[in-house]
Write a protein that binds this ligand. Structure first.
Ligand code: HEC
Ligand code: HEC
Length: 267
């Protein structure tokens, strides 16, 4: 149904997403202010610097957008950073990378200590990418750092981007897997497959061997629901109610996925 050219057709959804932001989407309103024009301007990667600095940033963006291809040695599934951190990490409320470099080092609850931005990247490699920690001084880490630094340029140290993280879910929601299963078949399976495998790299897997492992941040129905409300279905974002989102996220997490490798639990 979707061939290699499908991605550019799907990219049009970004316009819908921008429109939803402008008029206010039907989901719960975020507590943080939407992206300021100044932040949005910083998000542009079209004006990458020329020369060696630009090449480093461009390589970082490639790794971010096509992780299994450009950081193959450290990836154990078929997901790219870009599949969750949408639009190359620039979409508000899809855990964007904008201004990220200005809020690290940061206390990390899972690690129980203050971690660097590079350690945070490693965390997504061993969990979301079901892979291995990439070396702190390796070429891939340097390039990813250069890209995220580029998206953080001009911002104030310590100040987080207005569209950071996901939208907030209303409290007290409980998901129903049976309702979620029906909703998945009607609204998600067309892209992500009845078997959850998607068509990587264009349409990512949501469960099974090509998906994130059970130690990942997304492996949590409320967290996935907060992602879904604002970002999915990709061709109609903003149409799921919070109840729909928690139902479908609950269903997705009844399905099998890779096990987190405990050897990496310090990440
Ligand atoms: C399966 C989805 C998924 C993939 C793939 C993924 N991440 Fe993440 N990432 C998340 C989630 C979920 C969070 C937590 C966001 C939150 O709770 O606000 C997160 C958080 C982060 C953060 C911290 C963001 C913040 O606001 O504190 C960074 C940095 C990050 N990821 C980098 C990466 C990089 C680099 C890659 C690719 C190597 C990657 N991620 C791949 C899901 C993913
Ligand atoms: C029109 C195709 C389409 C539909 C319909 C769709 N998605 Fe997606 N989904 C995508 C694409 C493409 C991405 C990668 C991010 C991007 O480019 O927007 C994605 C990313 C995701 C992700 C994060 C990456 C991953 O694989 O873990 C999840 C979770 C997800 N979708 C779940 C859903 C659910 C649940 C539904 C139904 C409510 C749904 N999607 C409907 C195309 C779609």
């Amino acid at each position: 149904m979707f061939d290699a050219t499908g991605k550019s057709a799907l990219a049009g959804a970004g316009i819908l997403l921008a429109a939803a932001l402008a008029v206010g989407c039907s989901g719960p309103q975020p507590t943080a202010a939407p992206a300021s024009p100044a932040s949005a301007a910083r998000a542009r990667w079209v004006d990458l610097p020329a020369g060696a600095e630009g090449d480093e940033v461009r390589l970082g963006k490639r790794i971010f957008d096509e992780t299994p291809k450009y950081a193959a040695a450290f990836v154990g599934n078929k997901l790219s950073c870009n599949d969750c951190h949408i639009q190359s990490g620039t979409a508000a409320y899809a855990a964007p990378m904008i201004d990220m470099a200005n809020i690290f080092p940061m206390y990390n609850k899972r690690a129980g200590r203050v971690i660097s931005m590079q350690e945070r990247f490693q965390e997504c490699f061993v969990r979301s990418e079901n892979g291995r920690p990439l070396p702190q001084d390796g070429a891939e880490m340097k390039a990813l750092t250069a890209y995220v630094n580029w998206l953080s340029r001009g911002a104030q140290k310590g100040q987080a981007y207005g569209g950071r993280g996901f939208v907030k879910l209303p409290p007290g929601l409980t998901g129903g897997a049976a309702k979620g299963k029906a909703l998945y078949a009607a609204q998600c399976a067309g892209c992500h497959g009845a078997d959850g495998a998607g068509v990587p790299p264009v349409l990512p897997a949501v469960w099974g061997p090509d998906s994130y492992n059970d130690g990942a941040g997304m492996n949590n129905p409320p967290k996935m629901a907060a992602f879904l409300i604002h970002n999915m279905p990709q061709n109609h974002p903003g149409t799921l109610t919070p109840q729909d989102a928690i139902d479908v996220a609950t269903f997705v997490h009844t399905m099998p996925r890779p096990k987190f490798n405990q050897a990496y639990k310090r990440y």
